[in-house]
Design a protein around this ligand. Sequence first.
Ligand code: SF4
Ligand code: SF4
Length: 315
Amino acid sequence: MSVATTAMVQAEAARIGFGAGGVATLDPSARGEALDAWLRRGYAATMGYLPRQARKRKQPATITRGAVRAVVVLENYAPAPDERPAPDDAFKVAAYARGMDYHLVTHGRLHILAEWLLAHGASLAHVWVDDGPVPERELAERAGLGWIGKNTMLISPEHGSYTLIGSVFTDLALEPTPSRDIDRCGTCTRCLEACPTDAFVAPRVLDAGRCLSYLTIEARHEMPPELATQTEGWAFGCDICNDVCPWNLKFAAPTSVPDLQRRPVPDRRDPLAFERLDESSFRAQYADTPLARPGLDRMRRNVRLATAGRSDRAP
Ligand code: SF4
Ligand code: SF4
């Protein structure tokens, strides 16, 4: 058995099908004070797990006991042109949620990488994908996979920002891949201007309580009336601040991962798509998709608001 090098890990990540891979140290976060200020200002809204996770997010070495590195990968979920919202759609669903739940899809693929690490010198390989206190975007930036844009997303100069970030925390002391120290947002402010709910307080500062992704997925309370009329047709999440980004317009290429591609349901042209379902048929159709998180009642609410509040029916 050969002990893995960073180049071997990157080659294995590419073989599995990840768009990019790198290695980050688990040094303390450089954004700890910014995270504390963001939490103090209440921008996490009702997501109580975020302040609970803050200590670990600021000290990534404390996330998985014994880990010294994070292998970080990007999973491309960019939609093909025929998977995007269309003019006759009654409501819209965020691109990452048009197929199977990425937690299931990317977890499975990360486990292949974890098993490979265990077979190549690691005795620890813990998989994370948007399901713990991992500061994924910062670790991806540290590993040289891109920069955190003004829309708060990780932007890869090769792939754009329709990417999920997965990581494997390991005790293998791999050589870190160099951070590229880039910020190619420049003077662009398209994402900040395009947000229909004015959720950006400043570049890279998001008031989650105003963001449609939070309001349609996480929030259990009713949408504030002044925002309920600003949904632009989005019933689950929102892609606007990704869609307008020139790095996506130039570089995003459709995903080749079949499970992340669009399913026939829901029929987005049908404003009654969820009204027709009962709980058991909703579960049968959506239990393995991101739409299971809000559940049937909230999807009905979201579609009603999206349909009623839509001021612009263009995609
Ligand atoms: S996801 Fe939509 S609502 Fe949220 S910040 Fe981006 S553009 Fe605004
Ligand atoms: S739209 Fe412009 S400012 Fe916003 S993330 Fe993309 S490049 Fe940066």
